[in-house]
Ligand binder design. Structure first.
Ligand code: IPM
Ligand code: MN
Length: 345
């Protein structure tokens, strides 16, 4: 009997709808001796309006005892500015729990018509998730005055870059043995030259992995023109953020894009969330696709070691889209898609 303690943070907007769907599917896939003991946290923009905080002061401490965190979506700019909501909930969890590897798979589910001619691509993006352009180092001087200055400095540490590269090389080794390292060292002569040097250094420990460096602009073009040429892609925080929205687009849209914020050392919980946001315009209408959220729940089970349950969920999702359910935005309701996945399970 294994009982996993899961912290659920449905958050804002459609995050609420898709979290319910994803956890229902995860529970069903775990039938038998494995159970998920879910504790729900109401942390969200509404919570901010009530309490003045996105999560309580000891929020991180409250989450630290869980085996995993499942998050729906954060943000509702009409209620709370994004800079406040995301820096109050999502981003601190990634940083405080050293979830340094953000994993985002990009491939077409059966029956889904992406915008590209290419069908057979299977890309795993590995995004650095704790530093780089998101380090939060900076400030504003002379605020509101004519001479105002804003500075935001990227931070690349040897520890941070090496560990994400090693993680990506390990993933490439376990897949098709190809790694693309995303850089911009032709323009950024400190951070990205450093990134390239460390890519070459770590590569020496992985002679079986074929590594190529691509500038981020060329990578954007490659993901559209030749996505089948890519296996594992590793990128800094902001480059990875941008490229994974592109990855979502080529796999049919954000409604299919899953993600896992992993602490590979397992000394704190990892967090699982769909890539899409809270979509306030369709919140509460019951029409958001739960597929990205369900896929993220499968990644959570996989991380917990429930590999069979995770594979069953992916199979059930594939069976669902192969029947033509949930293949296009707005085609089916949240519950129609969820029920089809449960049926296929
Ligand atoms: C993502 C999102 C977040 C990010 C936002 C909401 C801060 O775009 O998870 O990709 O930039 O990391
Ligand atoms: Mn993003």
């Amino acid at each position: 009997m294994t009982n996993y303690k899961i912290a659920a943070i449905p958050g804002d907007g459609i995050g609420v709808d898709v979290t319910a769907a994803a956890l229902e599917v995860a529970q069903a896939a775990c039938a038998g001796p494995t159970t998920l003991d879910v504790t729900e946290f109401p942390w969200s923009c509404d919570h901010y309006l009530e309490t003045g905080r996105m999560m309580p002061e000891d929020g991180i401490a409250q989450l630290s005892g869980f085996d995993a965190i499942y998050l729906g979506a954060v943000g509702w700019p009409e209620k709370v500015s994004d800079a406040v909501s995301l820096h109050g909930l999502l981003l601190p969890i990634r940083k405080e729990f050293t979830q340094y590897a953000n994993i985002r798979p990009h491939r077409l589910l059966p029956g889904v018509d992406g915008p590209l001619k290419a069908e057979a691509f299977d890309i795993l993006c590995i995004r650095e998730n704790t530093e780089g352009e998101y380090a939060g180092a900076g400030g504003r001087v002379h605020q509101g005055q004519e001479g105002e200055v804003a500075v935001e400095t990227s931070i690349f540490t040897r520890t941070g870059v090496e560990r994400i590269l090693r993680f990506a090389f390990d993933q490439a080794r376990a897949r098709r043995g190809k790694l693309a390292s995303v850089t911009k060292s032709n323009a950024q002569k400190y951070s990205m030259v450093f990134w390239d040097e460390l890519t070459q250094k770590v590569a020496r420990d992985y002679p079986d992995v074929e590594v190529t460096s691509y500038h981020v602009d060329a990578m954007a073009a490659r993901m559209v023109m030749a996505p089948e040429s890519l296996d594992v892609v590793v990128a800094s925080n902001l480059f990875g953020d941008i490229l994974t929205d592109l990855g979502a687009a080529i796999q049919g849209g954000l409604g299919f894009a899953a993600s896992a914020n992993i602490n590979p050392d397992r000394n704190a919980p990892s967090m699982f969330e769909p890539v899409h946001g809270s979509a306030p315009d369709i919140a509460g209408k019951g029409i958001a696709s739960p597929l990205a959220a369900i896929w993220s729940a499968a990644m959570m089970l996989d991380h917990l070691g429930e590999t069979v349950a995770a594979a069953r969920i992916l199979g059930a999702m594939e069976a669902t889209t192969a029947q033509g359910i949930g293949t296009r935005p707005g085609q089916n309701t949240t519950s129609e898609i969820t029920n089809a996945v449960l049926q296929a399970l």
